[in-house]
Design a protein around this ligand. Structure first.
Ligand SMILES: Nc1ncnc2c1ncn2[C@@H]1O[C@H](COP(=O)(O)OP(=O)(O)OP(=O)(O)O)[C@@H](O)[C@H]1O
Ligand SMILES: [Mg+2]
Length: 248
């Protein structure tokens, strides 16, 4: 089971839109997986629940006695909920991390091909737990100044976690919601490429309302039959194929 965390403490940069599409894609390729929504906003749960109804909750992965039966479902969805907020406030980072890591080891024994973890826009202990338990981390980023300012913190966190989890691979930054006709976006894109050569995925995802529409109705953008959705689909699929190539 390959474990991917999608993380950036900056909000609204496209984490959930990418994470949900990644899951749809892998399932369509015949894989079986787990999706963990670690965000009290429950956006990913909303999008995926329509195709993959669930009564499992992500907060159960932070409890000592976690167990799970074998499942034939294509996607086992661990829903986000408000209970996640209590976990962060009631226990130390080390405790939270240890318990979550143990739950992931249990999931690993159940024959899943992948696990995608969508995280909240904050530096909380569940993010540390997710990174500590993952093989790969991807950071979507918007080409806006505030987002650029935040990425440094994210990179520092990843390199600190790597001191304890040396198998964690940073797949890089995924530029999302870029308007290639906007000189400000192009300027910020170029700044990122200059400052972090090798850490920015060569493929980017444009500012495309069909992506927002798809996650709203709970389907992948490639199932929207509009010509505008075709470009968005191609962009997302190219990014996913690039990631799969890197993680073979
Ligand atoms: N490529 C895109 N083009 C246009 N809109 C997008 C794109 N990607 C995401 N959106 C929209 O932007 C908003 C934020 O996206 P999303 O929820 O994926 O970001 P996020 O990083 O998960 O946010 P949060 O940090 O709040 O969890 C959503 O309304 C979504 O529909
Ligand atoms: Mg989100």
């Amino acid at each position: 089971m390959k474990i991917f965390t999608i993380a950036n403490q900056k909000g609204g940069v496209g984490k959930t839109s990418f994470a949900t599409h990644f899951a749809f894609y892998l399932i369509e390729k015949g894989m079986k997986g787990v999706f963990i929504d670690l965000d009290t906003q429950v956006n990913a749960s909303y999008t995926l629940e329509k195709s993959f109804p669930s009564s499992k909750y992500a907060h159960s992965l932070f409890q000592d006695n976690f167990s799970i039966d074998n499942s034939d479902e294509k996607l086992t969805l661990f829903l986000g909920s408000n209970e996640l907020a209590e976990i962060y406030s009631n226990s130390s980072v080390n405790e939270v991390t240890k318990v979550f890591y143990n739950s992931i080891q249990i999931l690993k024994q159940k024959g899943f091909d992948f696990c995608i973890i969508d995280t909240a826009p904050s530096l909380n202990s569940s993010l540390v737990a997710a990174l500590f338990s993952s093989d790969y981390v991807l950071s979507p980023i918007e080409p806006e100044k505030y987002a650029l300012q935040g990425i440094e913190k994210m990179i520092n966190l990843i390199s600190n976690i790597r001191k304890q989890n040396n198998k964690l691979i940073f797949l890089g930054m995924l530029i999302s919601k870029i308007n290639r006709r906007d000189p400000r976006h192009i300027k910020h894109y170029n700044q990122l490429m200059e400052k972090y050569p090798g850490f920015v995925l060569p493929q980017a995802i444009g500012l495309r309302s069909s992506i927002a529409e798809a996650v709203d109705i709970g389907i992948p953008v490639w199932n929207i039959k509009k010509s505008a959705a075709r470009v968005a689909s191609k962009e997302i699929k190219t990014v996913i194929e690039c990631i799969l190539e890197k993680t073979k």
